[in-house]
Design a protein around this ligand. Structure first.
Ligand SMILES: C[S@@+](CC[C@H](N)C(=O)[O-])C[C@H]1O[C@@H](n2cnc3c(N)ncnc32)[C@H](O)[C@@H]1O
Length: 392
């Protein structure tokens, strides 16, 4: 087999490459597959792998079963206890055989569960769904993503192809994001707010910022992260920076939560404007991965300039290479492809970007659910600044 490291194929393959070649030749061999499936010691591994490959091939169907359940509000209908197929059919306005089919499919995915008397109740995933409103919002907006992914190769080939998802996220590809109107930011801000509670808990648990006086959340959406931080630290001053239309809705939320006295909200476009100075803690939560490398580097330099000396940046988002959550990285590769902007980055890539922006003492801090967000903490040196943004 040709060496992976040397395209000319002249170099001697390493032990690892030879192992890859041997393993893959075996795995691709139908005779070996049959043997592995029947030999007692390899049978569990073989069936696990076969199931994983089937799940990869069938994943879209599973998503559509979930989508149908969400669209029909099936889990809400079962919230008070199990129901018979006919009762569910009339409640959700489906013909009984179609209801039975959906329930059968949903039971196979542990979304619902059939009890011995033939009625259906919530399955383990259906019950967990009810406790997490973010999943409903996520599933519903996936209709756009799946439309865009109908021809993934065309999407990969054509970087300028119009996509439905980029209209959902209007700042991706916008010539002037600062002028996006309120009605265009509302759907994505609602989606973000619905999932922010879990992420805020994880980030605030991981970095209990007792020593800080002012927290600025850049790209802070409608304020959910800052509201969660404010609940934990009643003496903390808050600054939110986001596009003007989003900032307007955050402002209303702070007023409704009686936090207007310690929160300032600034609307602007961080690709063209400087960030307000003075915070000793800045957060970027699910913001950087939305942007291509040049904008990401520019934003980090602006954050660096805005921080007081010795200040801290919290960078929280799903990383591309999180152990045990690699599939989340795969999801964001294609999600952001359809969004037409940004990419998930590995911890190492993010650390390089942070050091490049002038930060020091960059360290990962473990979060409870890295599939939602991993965390890097970076510090601006307390000494004289050694660089600043030249153009903003
Ligand atoms: C994916 S959302 C994350 C929102 C929030 N941090 C969260 O985790 O829920 C990205 C946020 O960045 C904001 N944003 C995008 N481009 C921006 C820009 N050029 N200037 C200011 N804010 C921007 C969006 O309006 C949005 O609120």
């Amino acid at each position: 087999m040709t060496s992976l490291a040397d395209p000319s194929g002249d170099a001697k393959p390493s032990l690892r490459e030879r192992w890859f070649a041997y393993r893959n030749q075996k795995l691709a061999d139908p005779k070996f597959q049959r043997w592995a499936a029947s030999f007692p010691l390899t049978r569990p591994i073989a069936s696990q792998r076969a199931k994983a490959l089937f799940d990869l091939s069938a994943g879209f169907v599973y998503s559509q079963v979930l989508f149908a359940c969400v669209k029909l509000s099936l889990f809400e209908a079962l919230a008070d206890g199990p129901l018979a197929v006919d009762a569910l059919a009339s409640r959700l306005d489906l013909p009984a055989p179609a209801m039975a089919r959906l329930l059968g499919a949903a039971a196979g995915l542990k979304l619902v569960e059939k009890i011995p008397d033939g009625r259906y109740g919530l399955g383990v995933h259906g019950a967990a769904y009810l406790g997490n409103p973010a999943i409903k919002a996520m599933v519903e907006h996936h209709a756009l993503l799946y439309r865009d992914l109908e021809d993934p190769v065309a999407l990969l080939r054509d970087g300028k192809r119009e996509t439905a998802l980029s209209s959902f996220w209007p700042y991706a590809q916008a010539d002037n994001p600062g002028t996006i109107p309120a009605e265009a930011v509302a759907p994505y801000s609602e989606l973000m707010a619905s999932s922010q509670a879990l992420i805020a808990d994880d980030v605030l648990d991981a970095y209990p910022f007792i020593d800080h006086g002012t927290l600025m959340d850049v790209g802070g959406g409608d304020g959910a992260f800052l509201l969660a931080a404010a609940r934990r630290r009643p003496d903390l001053s808050l600054i939110l920076f986001d596009l003007p239309a989003v900032a307007e809705s955050a402002d209303q939320n702070f007023k409704a939560s009686r936090l207007a006295n310690r929160a300032s909200v600034i609307g602007g476009d961080f690709t063209t404007e400087a960030l307000p100075k003075g915070a000793d803690l800045i957060s970027l939560v699910r913001v950087l991965h939305d942007h291509d490398d040049a904008t990401a580097a520019l934003l980090l330099r602006k954050v660096f300039d805005a921080l007081v000396p010795g200040g801290i940046l919290l960078l929280a988002e799903p990383f591309a290479d999180t152990p045990q959550a690699e599939s989340v990285g795969a999801y964001f590769q294609f999600y952001l492809l359809a969004m037409r902007q940004g990419r998930p980055r590995s911890e190492r890539e993010l650390m390089t970007l942070l050091y490049g922006a002038g930060f020091g003492r960059v360290r990962p801090v473990a979060t409870a659910r890295p599939m939602l967000a991993s965390l890097l903490v970076a510090q601006k040196s307390a000494g004289p600044a050694n660089r600043s943004v030249k153009s903003s």
